[in-house]
Design a protein around this ligand. Sequence first.
Ligand SMILES: [Zn+2]
Ligand SMILES: [Zn+2]
Length: 109
Amino acid sequence: MSPKSIKKINPNELQLVWSDEHESVYPISYLRDLCPCAGCAGETVLFHQYVPPPPDKLTPGRYELKNIVPVGSYAIQIIWGDRHNTGIYTWEHLLNICPCEYHQRNFKP
Ligand SMILES: [Zn+2]
Ligand SMILES: [Zn+2]
């Protein structure tokens, strides 16, 4: 599944409408807190797990969505007001974190 539209519906929310008409509405601060990049989410390299330090939520611009760049046909890259731009949000990740009741019930890790 892929989104057929992605738009900021107000200063604090991003809406994705999927090819099956499902609508996901993400609070923008929620998307930033769930940034999937290694610096934010951590990663496992050669069996050593890297756990990032807790984010400084007071960083200016942290929750300001500056731009959205398509990545191939499988993801978007989000550029934030504090210049953080390494988060590649795949459709799969976005559906996993969709805040609607259905996805929270079915896709919680
Ligand atoms: Zn990140
Ligand atoms: Zn959903």
